[in-house]
Design a protein around this ligand. Structure first.
Ligand code: PLP
Length: 392
């Protein structure tokens, strides 16, 4: 099909809930994507932080193919090897104790919220179920995750929301103490607010929150759906922050492009969920597990140091352009935000870059770059050259 045919069919038969770019993608290689007509795009998006191995990765594709021929799906009523091995890898690399597998980021956060409430119920009984997320956060589109999302623009139309959430200002301990009370059971944070504009939390603040959680027996819930699986230059961002969450959610990059997510629980929380309390039909699907094992193999600790180097390189190259529309860059590893200069709109700039062959994202009022973690310096240079040509 041509790009035009794909767009027409999509617009006729798929619900119109996305603000799509005017681009159809057919295939990719490395960090490059191609339209059906062969137009090339440098990809600084990774399908919103998912395709960490880029496109056309042979070991990844073969592992999925081999697993599909052997066993595609069987449900969690039975034991299977790939997700068991993946869970072991994640625990051993993080110091967490066990895993619950799900399918998407919002669903993972639902599980994290449920776990926090059950932990508190088991220990303290009813009435201690309030979760404190941060303002400007994004935790997903399912009802509890949407409730926990601290940005009103996502809430329109969908009232009433789930009870038991109170919001605190990011990087402000006083604000947290103001909303906390006898009803608090957990604090929920993104270490780098992604959709909110790529805003890393202050390390001191995160340490203070972790200490407070320990003292009060509130669970520290860390949403690593976007920051996790190597994106920030460590397997999870909490490893760079030097805190161990009670529960942490992950999704996006975990299986390199197949839909998989989950939560990791620490020693204190590993036995909270008991048979019948939580579940999902597809969670830990063997094909996703097999794909996730390849991702873990490629994202070794040595590889992850290159993610930090690449992030620093890309930011320095962009800042060196000194473009009139861009302000400062920020972020961790290959999770990069760019401030917009006064008078420029992020969506207009993104549209221009995409038209010129560079795929980029917006976040909050700025730009967001999430390139595949395997991107080469040449591919980054090609993307930066498109910025220069299009925006100078
Ligand atoms: N949490 C964070 C931090 C995210 O960035 C996202 C998606 O961007 C989500 C949750 C929701 O994930 P999903 O779209 O897979 O449900």
């Amino acid at each position: 099909m041509t790009s035009q045919e794909i767009k027409s069919l999509t617009n006729q038969y798929v619900m119109n809930s996305y603000g799509r770019f005017d681009v159809a993608i057919d295939h990719g290689k490395g960090a490059k994507l191609y339209s059906p007509e062969g137009k090339e795009y440098i990809d600084f998006t990774s399908g919103i932080g998912v395709s960490d191995l880029g496109y056309g990765n042979e070991p990844w594709a073969e592992a999925i193919f081999d697993q599909a021929k052997k066993l595609g799906h069987t449900s969690n009523l039975f034991y299977t090897e790939p997700s068991a091995r993946l869970a072991e890898k994640l625990c051993k690399r993080t110091g967490m104790s066990n895993v619950f597998f799900a399918n998407g980021g919002g669903e993972a956060n639902e599980g994290m919220i449920k776990l926090a409430r059950k932990y508190s119920f088991d220990k303290y009984g009813l009435g201690r179920s309030t979760i404190i997320p941060l303002k400007n956060s994004f935790h997903g589109r399912t009802m509890a995750a949407l409730t926990a999302t601290g940005q009103d623009k996502f809430h329109n139309y969908f009232f009433p929301f789930v009870e038991g959430f109170k919001f605190a200002e990011a990087n402000n301990l006083d604000s947290l103490m103001e909303v906390a009370g006898d009803d608090t059971c957990a604090v929920m944070v993104e270490l780098v607010q992604g959709e909110g504009g790529v805003l890393p939390l202050d390390k001191d603040y995160v340490h203070s929150v972790a200490k407070l959680c320990e003292e009060k027996d509130w669970l520290l819930l860390v949403d690593e759906v976007q920051t996790g699986i190597g994106r920030t230059g460590s397997l999870f961002a909490f490893q760079q922050y030097g805190v161990l969450p009670d529960v942490c959610s992950f999704a996006k990059g975990i299986a390199g492009g197949l839909p998989m997510s989950g939560i990791l629980a620490n020693e204190k929380c590993k036995d909270v969920m008991t048979p019948g309390t939580h579940g999902t039909t597809f969670g830990g699907n063997p094909m996703c597990g097999a794909a996730g094992l390849v991702v873990q193999e490629i994202l070794s600790d040595e590889f992850l140091t290159t993610v930090q180097e690449k992030g620093a390189y890309l930011r320095s190259q962009i800042e060196a352009l000194d473009l009139p529309c861009f302000g400062k860059t920020r972020g961790l590893g290959l999770m990069i935000g760019i401030e917009m200069a006064e008078g420029y709109q992020n969506k207009e700039i993104a549209d221009k870059l995409v038209e010129a062959g560079l795929l980029v994202l917006t976040a909050g009022p700025g730009m967001r770059l999430l390139p595949p973690l395997v991107i080469t310096n040449e591919e980054m240079d090609a993307g930066v050259a498109i910025m220069k040509k299009t925006l100078s």
